[in-house]
Each structure stands twice: as C-alpha cells, then as structure tokens.
Design a protein around this ligand. Structure first.
Ligand SMILES: C[S@@+](CC[C@H](N)C(=O)[O-])C[C@H]1O[C@@H](n2cnc3c(N)ncnc32)[C@H](O)[C@@H]1O
Ligand code: SF4
Length: 384
C-alpha cells in the first residue's frame, strides 16, 4: 500500500543578478525592476490551484530555491509565508530554508528574513579563492562571503549551509582543501560539496574553460575534503552533503527518502502520493518567469503531469535513496513505492555480487565501491 509520506514545499524564485556560465538551473538574469509583488501573487495563485492535491496534510519543510531567492527582500518572503500559512498548515518549527547569494546581501537583511520565519540559510559560496570565483563568473569575493555569513550569524541564524564546488578550473588539491578549511572556520552547521559538472546548454559546456581537473584528481579532492570535514565533525550523509550531528537538511532528506513535495514557482517540480487513488504524480510548472506570471493559478501553468507507474518506481526511488550513505530499509521501499520488496530482489542480488551494496537484515547500504559508482548501481533498476 502506498501511504502518503512527509510533505515538503519547494518554492522557486527564478532570477539572478547574472547567469553563471556553469549553471543549468531555471535561473534568469533579472534586467530592470523585477516584479517581486506580482511574483508572490502568482506563487499564491499557484499554491491555491494545487491545494486539492494535498488536502489535510501538513508541510514539514519549506525551501526557497533558485535562482537567487535572496534577491527578494524580507518583506516579500514574509508576505509569501503569511499568505501560504493561511492556506496550508505549516508544522510549528518547520525547517524553512532560503538560498542566498553572498553578492546580494551587502545590506544585511538577515534579521528580516529571520523575523519572517526563515530559520536556515544556504549560502552559494562556491570557493574562497578569488581567482576561482572570477573564473566561475561569480558576483562576489571571498571577503563578501565571509562577511555575509558572519552577518547572518550575528542576526541569530545558527543553521547555516555553505555550498562549495570543487574540481574547478585551475584548482589544485591544496586549493580545494583550503576552501573546505575556510568554510569550516566560519562554523556552519552544514556543508554541500559539489563536483563541478559541465551541464549541457551552459557556456562552460560549449566552451570548457582550461584547467578543469580530471576525474582522478576530482576523486582525490573529494576524498581529502571529506576527511577534512569528518575531522571537523561534519559527517557525510549523502553524495554531496555533510552535517554536524542533528543538522542534516530535513528538506533534502525528504527528497532522498522519496518523500512528497509540492513545487510552486516557474519550472518547479513536485511529487505527490495520492493515497486514495494509489498514484504517485509528478507535476511541473511552466519554466519561463514571464509566461509563469501570466498563467499561474490556472491549468495553463502546469508544464506537465506524469504518473510514476509501478514499473518506474524502483528506479525513481533508488535515484534518491542510493545517494544516502545510510542507504534505506526495505520497509521504506515498500511504503514509498507500494511494491513488495521482492520486486527488487534480483537487482539487489546483482548489486551485492558486484560489491556495490551490502544488505544488513532489512537495510540496504551502498559500499564504498557502490558510492563511487552510484550511477551504475542506480542503472540496475531502470525499467526494461
Ligand atoms: C541553485 S544554486 C543556488 C545558490 C545561489 N543561486 C548561488 O549560486 O549563490 C545551488 C548550488 O548548486 C551548485 N551548482 C550549480 N551549478 C552547478 C554545476 N554545474 N556543478 C556543480 N554544482 C553546481 C552550486 O554550488 C550552487 O550554490
Ligand atoms: S547565482 Fe546560482 S542559480 Fe543563479 S546562475 Fe549562478 S549558480 Fe545559477
């Protein structure tokens, strides 16, 4: 039986000061005055339109992602959260995260975000090396990032994530380690450590910058940085996520345990379990902000609806759960997919034979080898 899991709310805020050459997120360079108020209205109309899909359920986490959500002033975020909580129950103490670009917060609006109800910030730091930042086309310096994080801490934020990227053009192993050590020195509660990928349809993919470390060096960087983070008390719990005890990102954990999320905003994706119909629905919204503003709250804002049918569910589940160092329990697989654990026995046996997964009672845990070849392991579960 499919039982509806925890519900999260993802809110996409699509504008940035400048488009970074490596980024394939649905983010758009904001030119001129941005229609902040109209966009908040559109988000609320979008939310209202989707409400029948989540009647009676409580939102456990909220995530403002982008784009650059910190382009929106605290008043906008406050207005959204007030209007949203008049329509949808948000659990008391819910984790509410706002992605923040250190180049957009020079006037320190952190106390305002906190008063609006945001209790977790995620800073896009990327690197503390000014040469690397420049080659990445970032709008901030390492000093800007340090000042922004300290200002947020002074405003009372104690749950802070820093995004770092590694395997950057011109980066050495020592530089990658130095980035992690500077991040740790700021005493965040969480670190996200992403290997730079050349995403199709980006400037970097069209014309790769010189000096990108090869895979072996990228792997060395990952291993060295991982142990530096472990030494400082940050345990890796997912491919790219490291946390101090008790500070794992509840919103992302809900994705990785194949939980449910409502996605509102331009190009936002949602995944919802409709228990009464025994369906799992994926829904996404139209991508372009101008079009979204025109049609939000109507059926025309739905970019697509798709059922995750039974034959596809094992793969979609693994795409998330196998990212977790702790793996998953077979009971979770059954509850989230509505399928018996025997549906994946053959694939699990192959993965065990290849040394990619360990099974410990009812738990399935990736081995070190399996973590190195996550995509191959997940590929075993592709429907025929
Ligand atoms: C949607 S961005 C949000 C943060 C904010 N927009 C910023 O950049 O400051 C989330 C994170 O994804 C990572 N990211 C974006 N593009 C990437 C790429 N091509 N390869 C690896 N990581 C990437 C960056 O670390 C970025 O901070
Ligand atoms: S600021 Fe963030 S979302 Fe915007 S273009 Fe750069 S990486 Fe992408």
């Amino acid at each position: 039986m499919l039982t509806p899991p925890a519900l999260s709310l993802y809110v996409h805020l699509p504008w940035c000061v400048r488009k970074c050459p490596y980024c394939d997120f649905n983010s758009h360079e904001g030119r001129g005055a941005l229609p902040f108020d109209a966009y908040i209205d559109a988000l609320i109309a979008d939310l209202e339109h989707d409400l029948p899909l989540v009647w009676g359920r409580t939102v456990q986490t909220v995530f403002f992602g982008g784009g650059t959500p910190s382009l929106f002033a605290p008043e906008h975020i406050d207005r959204f959260l007030q209007l949203a909580s008049a329509r949808l129950r948000i659990a008391p103490g819910a984790e509410i995260t706002l992605e923040t670009n250190p180049g957009t917060v020079e006037h320190g609006p952190f106390a305002g975000y906190r008063a609006a109800g945001v209790n977790r910030l995620s800073f896009g730091v990327q690197s503390f090396d000014d040469g690397c930042l420049q080659r990445l086309g970032r709008i901030h310096s390492s000093g800007d990032a340090e000042r922004a994080v300290r200002a947020a801490q002074d405003a009372g934020f104690d749950n802070i994530n820093l995004d770092l990227m590694y395997a950057l053009p011109g980066q050495t192993l020592a530089m990658a380690e130095a980035d992690v050590l500077r991040a740790i020195a700021l005493q965040p509660s969480h670190l996200s450590h992403y290997q730079l990928t050349l995403e199709p349809n980006t400037l970097f993919a069209a014309k790769p910058p010189p000096g990108i470390p090869d895979d072996d060096l990228g792997w060395d960087m990952q291993e060295h940085c991982q142990s530096a983070m472990a030494d400082a008390g940050f345990a890796q719990y997912e491919v790219s996520a490291y946390a101090r005890p008790g500070r794992q990102c509840a919103h992302n954990l809900n994705y990785w345990t194949f939980g449910d999320y409502l996605g509102i905003g331009a190009g936002a994706h949602g995944k919802l379990t409709l228990g009464a119909d025994q369906r799992i629905l994926r829904r996404w919204k139209v991508k372009h902000p101008a079009r979204y503003l025109e049609v939000a709250g109507t059926a025309a804002a739905i970019g697509g609806d798709e059922d995750i049918n039974a034959d596809r569910r094992p793969f979609d589940f693994m795409l998330n759960a196998l990212r977790l160092n702790a793996g998953f329990g077979l009971d979770l697989f059954e509850r989230r997919t509505g399928l018996p654990a025997t549906a994946i026995s053959a694939e699990l046996a192959i993965a065990r034979e290849r040394g990619w997964l360990d099974t410990n009672g009812d738990r399935v845990v990736p081995t070190e080898l399996g973590r190195r070849f996550t995509n191959d392991v997940i590929g075993l579960f592709l429907p025929d």
